[in-house]
Design a protein around this ligand. Structure first.
Ligand code: 0O2
Length: 256
């Protein structure tokens, strides 16, 4: 741990009144701490965008519908630190609060959720720290999503820092349900009436059924090609992609 970090951690501890210099130091250290997570988000976003573009140009079906990222706010981190009874040191926060950097990947089909998780997990520089499969085992309220806790290396000027990023992979239907449920929880300040809880559970079951029906339709329409290529499979460009490549070869750049 650097001298700066040690000083910042001393200041973070309750009971010691920090001087102005110490506060300035703490602010700088906190900014550095958050920047690493921002870089972690950027690394992961790039990985997912690369997969998305590859699918867009070279395959018939693109499994990635939407990607969003968020960095936890300092207020939200502090709130979680006190809720979890976490030691207020950067080191403890780093290991205890694992969702400071978060990425949400929305896919069309459940099979896509697992396929993307599989592809990312096999990337050499990524370490999967934990998997929570709320698709196979939904939460009692009906929440479904596949959560991966991954560690990605961030190469700084003087060090390589492993940064933890929480990945949430879900279908459009799962995402629709989760965002509504989230809003309802806030509206009722987490005291959701029983009939609303029941309604949410019922709608979660409907969303799961919709996912099954859509996957089935997808397979029927695309036949054997529906599952799409897996990592390591030879890349077979779609007719569209071939036409695109042909046009580039023939000098019609920018025609698409
Ligand atoms: P936000 O604002 O989305 O970040 P943790 O407290 O994270 O250490 P936990 O609860 O075991 O431990 O984590 P889990 O189960 O992996 O869930 C973390 C995140 O998943 C949540 O983050 C939500 O984004 C999402 N999530 C989990 N359960 C539910 C749910 O029942 N409904 C909805 N809508 N989202 C859920 P945060 O920090 O709660 O919120």
């Amino acid at each position: 741990m650097s001298a700066d970090a040690a000083e910042a951690e001393r200041v973070l501890r309750p009971g010691s009144a920090p001087t102005l210099d110490e506060l300035v130091q703490l602010r700088a250290e906190f900014a550095r701490f958050m920047l690493q997570y921002q870089f972690g988000i950027r690394e992961m976003t790039t990985k997912i965008e690369i997969l998305r573009e590859e699918f867009l140009h070279l395959h018939e079906h693109n499994p990635i519908e939407h990607v969003s990222a968020r960095l936890k706010t300092p207020e939200s981190i502090i709130d979680k630190v006190s809720r979890k009874g976490c030691d207020p040191s950067f080191e403890a926060i780093r290991t205890t609060i694992t969702d400071i950097a978060g990425l949400r990947v929305t896919c069309a089909f459940v099979s896509d959720v697992y396929r993307i998780a599989d592809m990312l997990s096999q990337q050499d520089d990524l370490t999967v720290l934990a998997v929570k499969d709320y698709v196979a085992r939904p939460k009692p309220n009906g929440y479904r999503s596949l959560h991966l806790l991954v560690q990605v290396p961030v190469f700084l000027s003087d060090a390589t820092v492993p940064v933890t990023v929480e990945l949430q992979l879900r279908t459009i239907a799962m995402d629709f349900w989760a965002s509504l449920e989230h809003k309802i929880h806030y509206k009722y300040d987490h005291e959701v009436p029983d009939d609303v809880v029941t309604g949410l559970a019922r709608s979660a079951a409907t969303a799961a059924e919709l996912d099954t029906l859509m996957e089935d339709l997808h397979r029927r329409v695309h036949g054997d090609r529906a599952p799409g290529p897996r990592r390591g499979d030879p890349i077979v460009p779609s007719d569209d992609a071939l036409e695109h490549l042909r046009r580039i070869r023939d000098g019609e750049r920018g025609s698409r």
